[in-house]
Every structure is written in C-alpha cells, then in structure tokens.
Write a protein that binds this ligand. Sequence first.
Ligand code: GH3
Ligand code: MG
Ligand code: MG
Ligand code: MG
Ligand code: MG
Length: 314
Amino acid sequence: YVQKEGLYSYQYAVNLINRLYRNRNIKVMVAEDSSVTRSFIVSLLRRHQFQIVEAENGQQALDMILADDSIDILLTDYNMPEMDGFSLIHELRHQHEKTELVIIGLSSADDKYLSAKFIKNGADDFLYKPFSHEEFFCRINHAVEAMERNKELHRMAYTDALTNIHNRRYFIEQARKLLPKAENTQKPLSLAILDIDYFKQVNDEYGHDIGDLVLVSFASSLAKAFSRFVLARTGGEEFCILFSGLTVERAAQLLDAVREQIENSSVEIASGALSFTFSCGVAELPADSLESLMKEADRRLYHAKDSGRNCVVY
Ligand code: GH3
Ligand code: MG
Ligand code: MG
Ligand code: MG
Ligand code: MG
C-alpha cells in the first residue's frame, strides 16, 4: 500500500499503519441512492479498513442508525428518495439527539449554497462530488480526529480524575433520566449516599496522599460491588449510588454486605495496613424530586453518623 503512492518516510508509514488499525474500529454509514457512487465510496473506505454499512435512502439510513449505536460516521448524499440528506440530518440531530455522530454531507448538485445548508442542518463537514481520493481521506481523517477529541472530552467531563469512576455531573444527569423512568413504570428506585468515617483523621495522621489512596481503594471496591448500578464520587469522600429496580430494603442489604467487607479489609500502606469504615443513608421513591430524594438519603446518612457510624440507615 505504501509503495503504491510512492516512497514515504518510516514515520509516515508508521502513522499510516496506526491509522489503518484505528479505522478497523470505526463504523461508517454510506447513505447514497446511486449504487455506482455508493460502491465507489465503499471501495475507498474499504481500502482504509473502515467498517462499512450502506443505505440507499434517508429513511433506511435513519432506521439503521437508530438501531445501531456503534455507527460513528455518516456520509450522506443530499438528493435521495423517501428522505433527503437534510431531513435525515435534521431527524438525527434534533429529534433523536445524536450529537456524537459525525456527519459529512455529499452532493454533486451545483447549488453553491448546499454546503452551508448541510452545515446549518447539523452536518460537521461537506464534500462536493467528484472529489479526489486525497481530499476524501483528508476529510474523513479530520472527522475521525474530531470524533476522538469529542469522545475524550465527554469522558473527561463525566469522570472523576482521582478515582477514575464517574463524577457528580454524570450522576445527576443519569438520575434525571432514571427517576421519571422508574416513576412511569412504577418500578422501585433507591438512592444511597456513602461517606467515609473520620476521613479528616486519615489525612491528619497519614497525610493527604494516603487519604487519596484510601479514596481510590474505596472507589474501586464500590465499582466492583456495584457495577450494575450508577455509581459516582459526588464530593470529597462522599459517593452516591442509584439502584434502579431495587427497593430500599434490598439496596440496604447489598450496601451492608459491602460495609462489612470494607470494615474487615484494609489498605496497604508503607507503614502497614490502614482500616476505615463508611456510613450510609438510603432512600427510595416516591419523592417530589431528585433533590428531595437526595435530601432524604442525606438525612439518613447523618442519622447513621449520629448512631455511631459504620452503619447503613434506611
Ligand atoms: P465524618 O465521619 O463525620 O464524615 O468525619 P470526616 O472527618 O470524614 O468528615 P469531614 O467532612 O470533617 O472531613 C472530610 C475530609 O475529607 C476533609 C477534606 O480535607 C477531606 N477530603 C476531601 N476531598 C479529599 C481528597 O480528594 N483527598 C483527600 N486526601 N482528602 C480529601
Ligand atoms: Mg442522490
Ligand atoms: Mg463530614
Ligand atoms: Mg466523612
Ligand atoms: Mg463528608
């Protein structure tokens, strides 16, 4: 492959190979009614190792994208039967909030406003047909890089930098989605707030770095135990868990098992082993709002602290 386009430097070849490896994990949808153009685009994409799915009109593309979350990039024609490229993009962006999908508009029409219209409707980029191979791959590569930056931004926005579990922003967003869902389906939902006991003493006695180590260890124990649920570090030494489908009794039972396990284990540090405990408050629906549900869980957490700590109150 490298030879076909002339001789390149070693570094160039390495970058190219890395890109081909990367492309194997990227799924591109080609929405184009002309089968000739579609096979041409597909053959170009195939040369660069992309995974490819095809649609021959906008409606088919829409249905396939909504059914398959793993599609990363959409290349769409403008003129297509049943649903044109603009309506397709409009549906995806505005009706279905597909904000992560990278969209590139394609058209051979000589309407010079087409590119602006595509972008106004929500496309990220635009290509006039016919295009050179070079331009095509520059645009695609650019799109992939934008997509990766977005994904990384998204990951960073929802991750706690110290413990690598989700953060408060993620927790609140998920809770805002899951609460109404549980209310509508009349399924139980419980919310727990966990807080490490006497954590200030850990910092005071062993230093802030050891305090951090305890937080990381606690977070990873919680992540292991509650992987099925929404877990986040919501404050300094405070964590929240949302138990969809669980009554407060059942959630408290699971939490108490973890409480006991934490009580009987320790974190290894240079001077030996450090033990800690946590207290927890759990509340369940119905509640007037997410805020009132959290307030109730917090009230129970304080009750747990008042009753001597290292316990779960519900
Ligand atoms: P209680 O049992 O009542 O919860 O007592 P506590 O000492 O755990 O609670 P307090 O709220 O008095 O102290 C919490 C401490 O957590 C104070 C703060 O310095 C520490 N902390 C908050 N975030 C971090 C962090 O990221 N790293 C470390 N090492 N300490 C933190
Ligand atoms: Mg067409
Ligand atoms: Mg406190
Ligand atoms: Mg505490
Ligand atoms: Mg606290």
